[in-house]
Design a protein around this ligand. Structure first.
Ligand code: C2G
Length: 133
């Protein structure tokens, strides 16, 4: 059984998120998702996600393609998360291309093309300023 792991914030869940999760699952049999904690997001992006980590975990856990969810507390622990979850493959969107190549000693690493024209940042912008479109 091939175990696939992926990571993300998945704030304001949208079709780009489900696309990458479904494609990640299709590359194996069992999909494990590390959802970034609110604190990690604050340190990465300088703002809290719109949806709390509890809500983001609930949404991701409810998806048919997802088998297991945990909270990612630190980017530095990625290697440990890969090992403890016995992942065979790490999948990330290509906005992270090359950034996780150091884990190729632990598992396969694959970057998938992002879904064009949609992002959490863009959704926030449109909701905040509907006339900007
Ligand atoms: N994604 C995508 N297409 C989009 C938007 C996002 O394929 N239009 C993918 C991203 O490439 C990523 C995943 O969806 O693989 C989650 O995106 P984010 O929530 O933006 O994740 P991020 O905050 O980059 O967190 O440890 C790594 C981080 O936790 C990744």
């Amino acid at each position: 059984m091939k175990r696939v792991i992926t990571f993300g914030t998945f704030d304001i869940f949208h079709v780009g998120h489900i696309n990458i999760l479904e494609r990640a699952k299709a590359l194996g049999d069992y999909l494990i998702v590390g959802v970034s904690s609110d604190a990690l997001n604050m340190s990465k992006k300088g703002r809290n996600p719109v949806y709390s980590e509890a809500d983001r975990v609930k949404i991701i856990s409810s998806l048919r393609c997802v088998d297991e969810v945990f909270i990612e507390h630190s980017l530095e622990l990625k290697g440990e998360y890969i090992t403890t979850h016995k992942a065979d493959l790490l999948v990330m969107g290509d906005d992270w291309a090359g950034r996780f190549d150091e884990f190729k000693s632990l598992c396969d690493v694959q970057y998938l093309t992002r879904t064009p024209s949609i992002s959490t940042t863009e959704i926030i912008e449109v909701v905040r300023n509907p006339l900007s479109q």
